[in-house]
Write a protein that binds this ligand. Structure first.
Ligand code: ADP
Ligand code: MG
Length: 323
């Protein structure tokens, strides 16, 4: 199978954008995409490297899902509607079984979110997947990291914060999980659900947002820095799955606060928006939990359920610090 057969069979064949939205898709030197009137483009890239972002044990179908999911999560964090994506793929050989699974996982998620594959690049090399997503939001309405205001509530989406990290620790052998717990945690790690509907529902309600890819503390820290504010977090208010709750409290806190790979949204919103937020969350089928508030004093302060200050000395996931 040559490069062009591969592209045709596993990617072009599954990409059927409407001629109105995408007059030129895969097959020419560039894709041509029609913007929607009154909208701005939001563009983001995320790369997945074997051994760094995924383990060789992951099923190809889940890898296809995750490669797009982490990119959709960035669009969600900005409140954008997904439109199109490109796929730059480096792989050691044209492994048909791998490509079929990868393509299945990729296009299942693409179809679920109405985003179209419009181009890419394919080359032989170490397994490496880079996706660029393009989405749209009404002019001036994109959610940014820089909008948090003193007095805002801090929320996080979902119910499995920390599970992906727990799975990683199980793979590393530092924790032992019973089979069913391992499967659930592994699913959180390998099959994150990007909060695309919630992100769009937050436009006009949230003052700031980010998606949690490197751990809650670090990613909320980006909001605080960009907004020139601080925050207090009620650590034991973080949503936790039944799986995580079966771990010691210290492990629950560490995974929830500094886990990474969660792909939940952290956002801030004024207290006056609380009822509208609850309705938006319900309409998008995503749980949200208030976990703290924004304060004037810079930095992040952690408290337990009794209101006692915690010093957990946590930091977020940093690829270069780790190396
Ligand atoms: P060029 O040499 O002009 O860059 P290529 O030969 O690399 O074009 O690719 C041919 C066509 O296939 C282009 O439209 C490109 O966008 C598309 N393409 C290549 N690889 C992929 C891929 N992995 N997924 C989707 N489209 C791809
Ligand atoms: Mg090329």
């Amino acid at each position: 199978m040559g490069e062009f057969d591969l592209i045709q069979r596993f990617f072009k064949e599954h990409s059927r954008p409407s001629a109105e939205a995408v007059p030129v898709g895969i097959g020419d030197d560039c894709a041509v995409i029609n913007p929607t009137a009154g909208m701005q483009w939001l563009v983001s890239s995320d790369m997945l490297v074997e051994g760094r972002h995924f383990l060789s044990t992951v099923a190809p179908e889940r890898l296809g899902h995750k490669a797009l999911a982490v990119n959709l999560s960035d669009l969600a964090a900005c409140g954008a509607r997904p439109r199109a994506f490109t796929l730059a793929l480096s792989l050691p050989r044209a492994d048909e079984q791998f490509l079929a699974g990868f393509s299945r996982g990729l296009f299942a998620l693409a179809q679920a979110h109405g985003i179209e594959l419009v181009g890419g690049d394919t080359t032989a090399g170490p397994l490496n997947i880079c996706i660029t997503v393009m989405g749209e939001a009404p002019r001036g309405q994109a959610l940014l990291r820089s909008g948090a205001k003193i007095g805002d509530d801090v929320y996080v989406s979902g119910t499995t914060l920390g599970d992906a990290r727990l799975a990683l620790e199980a793979f590393r052998g530092t924790v032992r999980l019973p089979g069913e717990d391992f499967d659930l945690a592994r699913q959180a790690m390998e099959c994150p659900q990007p909060r695309v509907a919630l992100g769009q529902a937050l436009r006009g309600l949230a003052h700031s947002a980010i998606d949690v890819s490197d751990g809650l503390v670090g990613d909320l820290g980006h909001i605080l820095k960009a907004s020139g504010v601080g925050a207090r977090l009620e650590v034991d208010a973080l949503p936790r799955s039944a799986v995580l709750r079966r771990q010691p409290l210290a492990m629950q806190r560490e995974c929830g606060l500094a886990g990474g790979d969660d792909y939940e949204l952290v956002f801030t919103a004024p207290a006056a928006a609380a009822a509208q937020l609850a309705a938006a969350a319900a309409a998008s089928g995503t749980a949200i939990t208030r976990i703290g508030c924004i304060e004037a004093e810079p930095g992040l302060r952690l408290f337990d359920a009794q209101g006692r200050a915690l010093d957990l000395g946590l930091s977020s996931f940093d690829h270069f610090k780790q190396a």
